[in-house]
Write a protein that binds this ligand. Structure first.
Ligand SMILES: Cc1cc2nc3c(=O)[nH]c(=O)nc-3n(C[C@H](O)[C@H](O)[C@H](O)COP(=O)(O)OP(=O)(O)OC[C@H]3O[C@@H](n4cnc5c(N)ncnc54)[C@H](O)[C@@H]3O)c2cc1C
Length: 253
């Protein structure tokens, strides 16, 4: 990650974030592309088990029924690590995947009115913080959203104390770049605590990340938790998908 960002200079370090939401930026265009290819997309249809015969996946089982696979069919298994582990365990004894996870905490503070940002904060509408609990602050209208990654360390903390400490960070960082200072007490907030947001970025967990190829000739793995060389990120997930396509020989690198 350092090689692809810090060591390439400032331009390679500019963060990207969606203009509206991830759906508009990534999901809708992907679905539109799949529609052009006349692909069938099934949502709310979990794969429960795989049938395997002679080193090939021959069918997928979901509550809606069985999806039989022909000799030409290939599978890219792009499910979370624990799901991949449970689907593959009966067929690939000893298969390992990351099994320790970190949470991400998001707090969305709703203000009485949209604050007026100044200078670069007005242009970027987000900032990164160092030396504080809050790591990223995003300004969207009257909402100030805060992200805290690797948040397991705060799991035992009293939620009100945590919100107060984070609001203190936000005021310290934002007040100098807002026309009016923020209120001293934390405004009403929505807390979203995603418990298994990412695999734990430790050397032990990194060693458990498999490559895309498996011993099943028509099945490749994808997902941010595979051996992408990146932490659990959208970029890692995307690259893993491309790698899985190459592994199955569907397209050359
Ligand atoms: C709160 C939060 C904030 C984040 N912020 C950022 C960020 O700012 N930048 C960034 O780069 N990354 C961020 N990430 C990480 C990013 O979201 C992930 O790295 C990325 O979504 C991983 O993509 P994936 O395709 O590997 O897995 P997922 O997005 O988890 O997709 C796996 C899919 O498999 C499906 N599935 C599960 N079980 C089954 C089954 N049995 N059968 C069929 N389907 C199944 C799931 O429904 C899901 O759709 C964030 C994550 C969280 C939780």
């Amino acid at each position: 990650m350092v090689k692809e960002s810090l060591s390439l200079g400032g331009k390679a370090c500019v963060p990207w974030f969606p203009k509206e939401g991830l759906s508009e930026s990534l999901v809708d265009p992907a679905l539109a592309h799949l529609a052009i290819l006349q692909a069938e997309v099934r949502t709310q249809s979990r794969i429960n088990t795989l049938d395997v015969s002679r080193g090939r996946v021959t069918a997928l089982h979901s509550p809606d029924g069985v999806i039989p696979l022909t000799e030409e069919d290939t599978v890219i298994l792009a499910v979370p690590a624990p799901v991949a582990e449970s689907l593959l365990a009966p067929h690939l004894p000893g298969f390992q995947a990351p099994n320790a996870f970190e949470s991400i905490l998001n707090l969305h503070f709703r203000l009485d009115a949209a604050p007026q940002a100044l200078g670069s904060f007005a242009r970027a509408r987000f900032m990164g913080l160092v030396g504080s609990i809050a790591e990223w602050v995003f300004l969207r209208g009257d909402i100030l959203s805060v992200t805290v990654s690797a948040a397991n360390r705060f799991a035992e903390q009293d939620p009100d104390d945590l919100a107060r400490a984070i609001w203190h960070d936000v005021r310290r960082a934002c007040d100098p770049v807002l026309k009016e200072p923020l209120p001293a007490t934390p405004p009403h907030q929505r807390v979203v605590w995603e418990k298994r947001a990412t695999f734990a970025a430790t050397p032990e967990q990194n060693r458990l990340r498999p490559g895309s190829a498996t011993q099943l000739v028509n099945l490749a793995l994808a997902g941010d938790w595979t051996a992408t060389g990146l932490p659990a990120t959208l970029e890692g997930a995307m690259r893993s998908g491309v790698k899985a396509v190459h592994t199955l020989g569907l397209r050359r690198p």
